[in-house]
Design a binder for this molecule. Structure first.
Ligand code: GLA
Length: 734
């Protein structure tokens, strides 16, 4: 029995005597507050050393009072211990577990008790708390890790599992984190999607029982459901009000997030690798490290929470998050697979003419016995196609240099088309069932990255490109297929390790790439945004949110991604999707990392002049957009116009983007939109920028207002059907 008799008989209403009894038992407890600038997560042992998570929210002024929190909750104790910090299964805990194991002797019961904890201060901002737990009946241990980023209010949590039993232990479930939230109600905002429809939000009140968001797709794991979500407590949080937690699993494979509302109205959030078909056999003394689950909390709404996560990502997670990015011209939608050296030479001239930094050559440059002239052949054969490119990539890199621009290239190194030399040469490198017909996704199969030889091959694809072309400036790394018929010739009897070891293999390759090429920009793409997560983004500078570049759609897609990822990571290309004018398309793409994928030759003189002006503004404002704070002013979901702004760190420069998202008669901005994030004391001059040649601004010239006025009264950008996209620059007047 895990509970003390004392607690079981505690009266429903706390009498003086029972309060004293509680105080006595608290005296034996250990309370561990995990604090950041504004927030706290509190762990506490009970009388039997079971580790509980007793609090999550705004931190208390007096840390001594954390130990009194639990006494204020009336838990349904008989139903099992509900608020374990890392819920084991098969002993006294009967809720959805964070961890389930089969011991070496076949026993499936696990209990975990507190042994010790330790805090290491890594620097002024970062601390690492470790809490050691062990099973009293088996030599089986779990260490919980809480890495806190004080100023950003962000925590990364993971666990390390190990044992010293006589033989293999099977991990049946192995979550990264298990949070217990308290509130009078909980609202989940989750995302689903598909190709060209990423980040479709839904928000609903959680009912009792378990709600699961998961993926079993293997690679391209976020294609149908995304591994980021938010939970509001007490009432649905708005942009600027309410209690909300934002969470994201740092893992590029199968994930599972369970949200269990229990009988005592605790919400348990259990996030980790999906254990479906993934039992993991652990040898004695071997470590199993789960990926991290990153989360933040704010009691000032979703906007504040998202800015915390964005700041953390820029500072600590993504590659060169506080650095620079390259603007570019991509050829995917202008040529698809149909190009040759002459066409590309013209496109490089166009890159220069457009005024961007780099030309990005997309799919179709490789394969000889199986030329990559469509998506049915060539993947795996990473040699230049001799017909299209007789002088190879190196001559293209030179051509780019001659035009004063940089050169980048597309690869999809984890994949293979059956129509390829690689498939014929190494059938055992391919993930497929030996006794079932092959099933393809975009005519291709996935290479078995659990196999070190395949890891070498994939690393070699990248390394060869850079070794042969030292000035190669950029790689777009794609991943267009899911894993069907999961079977690895390499893993033999350990087939259930495939989904986990695939991702570990991928990360090993990316580690090697980053060890040799620490700064080179890499774009994370997966047939659009099928693999956007912080596990992968640790190695990338940016991601491709969606193949859907229709700008109206993009307003919504980028809006939703921005809750979790900073603008500097969002590769936004101006393309010919949709009916919006060039100005609208470019303005939308400027809210992130700007690129183009259009036929430059078809641009009119005015178009080109407009783009040149926009690029100049972008150059001036990119510091605010990339490194500043983002404020969502008006949502596209329930207004005629969407409005978003970015403010630089010194609050001296800002930019406000406004887009008409409703086509109905008379739609537009009727009332002023209140700005955010400015200094109320400062004066700002406002001017409309990105005006198409020949058009004038209707908001007036020489506008100067205080931050106070702009944030209290606001301004009307005058968005209407004749002015569907309005960009306003703000500069401090000294
Ligand atoms: C995926 C990407 C596209 C493009 C194609 C090339 O669909 O998302 O941007 O690179 O592959 O085949």
């Amino acid at each position: 029995m895990r509970r003390t008799q004392k607690k079981l008989i505690m009266p429903v209403c706390l009498t003086m005597a029972s309060m004293l009894a509680a105080a006595t038992s608290y005296a034996q407890t250990v309370t561990i507050p995990v604090e950041t600038q504004n927030n706290a997560l509190v762990l506490q042992t009970d009388g039997e050393k079971n580790l509980k998570m007793v609090y999550f929210g705004h931190k208390l002024g007096n840390a001594g009072e954390y130990q009194s929190i639990l006494s204020q909750y009336k838990q349904a104790d008989d139903s099992g211990v509900l608020n374990d910090a890392y819920m084991p299964s098969g002993s006294a805990s009967l809720a959805e577990p964070a961890i389930t194991v089969t011991h070496a002797d076949g026993n499936k019961s696990l209990n975990l008790v507190y042994v010790s904890h330790n805090v290491t201060k890594i620097d002024d901002d970062i601390s690492l708390l470790t809490v050691n737990l062990k099973d009293p009946a088996y030599p089986f241990e779990v260490t919980l890790y809480y890495k806190t980023y004080f100023k950003e209010d962000v925590t990364e949590q993971w666990s390390v599992i190990k044992h010293n039993e006589k033989g293999l232990v099977t991990l049946n479930k192995f979550a990264s984190a298990n949070l217990n939230l308290k509130g009078s109600g909980f609202w989940l905002k989750q995302y689903h999607g598909n190709w060209a429809m990423e980040m479709q939000p839904e928000e609903a009140k959680l009912t009792h029982g378990i709600k699961t968001i998961d993926s079993k797709l293997g690679t391209r794991a976020n294609l149908y459901e995304h591994s980021m979500f938010m939970v509001s407590m007490d009432q649905p949080a708005t942009e600027d009000e309410g209690k909300v937690m934002l969470g994201a699993l740092e893992w590029s494979g199968n994930f599972k997030i369970d949200l269990e509302l229990d009988v005592s109205n605790n919400l348990r959030v259990i996030a980790g690798i999906n254990n479906s078909a993934s039992e993991y056999h652990l040898k004695p003394a071997e470590d199993f490290t789960t990926p991290a689950f990153v989360y933040t909390y704010s009691d000032h709404g979703k906007g504040d929470a998202s800015r915390k996560l964005q700041r953390w990502a820029r500072k600590y997670k993504i590659v060169n998050g506080e650095g620079d990015r390259l603007t570019l011209l991509n050829n995917w939608e202008t040529t698809y697979f149909d190009f040759n050296e002459a066409k590309l030479a013209d496109l490089m001239k166009d890159t220069k003419k457009l005024g961007v930094d780099m030309f990005l050559l997309d799919d179709g440059w490789f394969g000889n016995s199986h030329p990559r002239n469509g998506d049915h052949a060539g993947l795996g054969d990473w040699q230049e196609n001799k017909q299209k490119l007789p002088n190879g990539i190196s001559s293209l890199v030179k051509e780019a240099t001659n035009n004063g621009v940089k050169f980048g290239i597309w690869i999809e190194p984890e994949m293979v088309n059956p129509a390829s030399d690689l498939y014929v040469k190494h059938p055992d490198w391919v993930i497929k069932q030996p006794n079932r017909p092959e099933k393809y996704f975009r005519n291709q199969l996935v290479l078995d990255l659990t196999n070190p030889q395949v890891q070498d091959f994939v690393y070699g694809v990248v390394d060869n490109l850079f070794t042969k072309n030292p000035t190669l400036a950029y790689i777009k790394w794609d991943c267009n297929a899911v894993i069907y018929n999961a079977y690895s010739a390499y893993l033999k009897k350990d087939q259930s390790h495939l989904y986990v070891d695939y991702v570990r293999g991928l990360y090993k390759v990316l580690e090697r790439v980053r060890a040799k090429y620490p700064k080179v920009p890499l774009m994370l793409c997966s047939g659009g945004g099928g693999r956007v997560d912080y596990g992968a983004l640790k190695y990338f500078t940016e991601f491709w949110p969606s193949d859907n570049t229709e700008p109206l759609e993009r307003v919504f897609i980028q809006w939703e991604y921005s809750f979790f990822y900073p603008a500097i990571t969002s590769s936004n290309h101006v393309t010919d999707w949709g009916k919006q004018p060039l100005k609208f398309r470019t303005d939308v793409a400027m809210m992130g990392k700007l690129g183009f994928d259009i036929v430059v030759g078809r641009l009119s003189e005015n178009d080109l002049a407009y783009v040149h002006g926009a690029l100049k503004s972008y150059d001036y404002l990119k510091d605010a957009i990339w490194h500043g704070d983002q404020y969502r002013l008006q949502s596209p979901w329930d207004n005629d116009a969407a409005s978003i702004m970015y403010v630089n760190d010194g609050k001296s420069k800002a930019v406000m983007f406004n887009y008409l998202v409703n086509n109905r008669y008379g739609a537009g901005t009727k009332v002023p939109i209140r700005l955010k994030g400015l200094d109320p004391q400062k004066k700002y001059s406002l001017k409309e920028i990105n005006l198409y040649p020949g058009s004038n601004s209707s908001i007036g010239n020489d506008l100067t207002f205080t931050g106070d006025f702009l944030m209290t009264v606001g301004i009307n950008p005058d968005v209407n059907s004749g002015r569907a996209s309005v960009v306003i620059e703000l500069d401090e007047v000294k």
